[in-house]
Design a protein around this ligand. Structure first.
Ligand code: ATR
Length: 277
C-alpha cells in the first residue's frame, strides 16, 4: 500500500501538486499516493482535518493558501526557515509522533534561481517587491545563499519595514515604497506581490533593470505575467516566472518526507509545455 500524502487548501481545484508528486513518485520508485483536499473555511476545521489525516495514517501534508499560518501554529517543532517565515507549507510526524513543520518555498526559489537558471545569489544585491507572506518566506534562504543586500519595496511601506526589523540580524536590509526605489540596477529583482493576480504591475522605475539583471516573478501562468513582460521590455538578462519555484518547493517537501530528492528539469519543461498547449 502506498503511503498517503495530500495538499490542503482553499481553493484547491487547480493545484498542480498531485500531478507533480505523482511524477516524483514514478521517477523515484517511491510508493506515494498524493491527493488534493479542499478544507472549508471555519474555526477549527483545518486543525481537525489535519489531526484526522495523521490519525488515519497519513504521512505528510502540504499546506497552501490560506492555512500556512494555522499550520505554523499547529506544528510542535518547526525548522529554522519555517520559524522565521511564520508559515508552514510542509507537515509530517517524526518517529516520536511529534508534528513537525517546515517551509520549502524559500529553498524552492533559491534552487530554481541557482540550479535551474544559473543565477548565483552570492554577493547579489536584491530588490524584493512586496512584503506579504510570500516574501517573508524567502528572505532567510536568500540571505543564507549569500545575498549581500536586500531592498524590500512595498505599497504599504510599514509592512516592508516590519520585515526589515524581523530579519535585520541576518544581513543588510532596507525598506521603501515603489516610487522611492533607488535608481540603480539590481542583480536580482523578485516580484513577490500578488499584483499579477489582478493583471497589475507595481509602478517601478526603469533604472532598476540593467543589462545583467535577473528578474523573477513568483507567479506564473500560461501567458507571461505583467512583471515578466515589463522586465523583458527593459532588456533584463534573464526573465523567469514562478513555475520552477512551485516544482522545486514540491521536490524539497518530497525530500523531507521520503529522503530522496527528485530530479526536476524535465518535469518543469513538461508542465511548461502543458501550460502553453
Ligand atoms: P502573499 O502570501 O501572496 O504574499 P499577502 O500576504 O496578501 O499575500 O501579500 C500580498 C502582497 O502583494 C503585499 O505586499 C501587497 O501589498 P500591500 O502590503 O501594500 O497590501 C502586494 N500587492 C497586492 N496587490 C498589489 C497591487 N495591485 N500593487 C502592488 N502591490 C500589491
Amino acid at each position: 500500500m502506498a503511503d498517503r500524502y495530500a495538499v490542503f487548501g482553499n481553493p484547491i481545484k487547480h493545484s498542480k501538486s498531485p500531478r507533480i508528486h505523482a511524477a516524483f513518485a514514478e521517477q523515484t520508485g517511491e510508493a506515494v499516493d498524493y491527493r488534493a483536499q479542499l478544507v472549508e473555511l471555519g474555526t477549527g476545521v483545518f486543525e481537525q482535518q489535519v489531526e484526522q489525516f495523521f490519525a488515519e495514517g497519513g504521512k505528510g501534508l502540504n499546506i497552501t493558501v490560506p492555512f500556512k499560518q494555522n499550520a505554523w501554529r499547529m506544528a510542535s517543532w518547526r525548522s529554522a526557515a519555517a520559524e522565521r517565515a511564520g508559515a508552514v507549507n510542509t507537515l509530517y510526524r517524526n518517529e516520536l509522533g511529534t508534528l513537525c513543520g517546515d517551509n520549502t518555498d524559500g529553498v524552492g526559489l533559491v534552487c530554481d534561481l541557482q540550479n535551474n537558471n544559473g543565477i548565483s545569489l552570492k554577493g547579489a544585491r536584491v530588490l524584493m517587491l512586496g512584503a506579504g507572506g510570500a516574501v517573508r518566506g524567502v528572505l532567510e534562504p536568500f540571505l543564507k545563499a549569500g545575498a549581500v543586500e536586500i531592498v524590500i519595496a512595498n505599497r504599504t511601506v510599514a509592512k516592508a519595514q516590519e520585515l526589515v526589523e524581523l530579519f535585520s540580524d541576518l544581513g543588510q536590509l532596507s525598506a521603501c515604497g515603489f516610487e522611492d526605489i533607488e535608481a540603480r540596477a539590481f542583480d536580482v529583482i523578485v516580484n513577490g506581490t500578488s499584483a499579477s493576480l489582478q493583471g497589475e504591475l507595481p509602478p517601478l522605475p526603469d533604472a532598476i533593470v540593467g543589462a545583467d539583471s535577473a528578474c523573477y516573478d513568483m507567479m506564473y501562468g500560461a501567458q507571461p505575467t505583467p512583471f515578466c513582460n515589463w522586465a523583458s521590455q527593459r532588456g533584463a538578462a534573464k526573465v523567469i516566472d514562478g513555475l520552477g519555484m512551485l516544482i522545486e518547493q514540491a521536490a524539497e517537501s518530497f525530500r523531507i518526507w521520503r529522503g530522496v530528492k527528485p530530479q526536476t528539469p524535465e518535469l518543469i519543461a513538461q508542465i511548461r509545455a502543458e501550460l502553453s498547449g
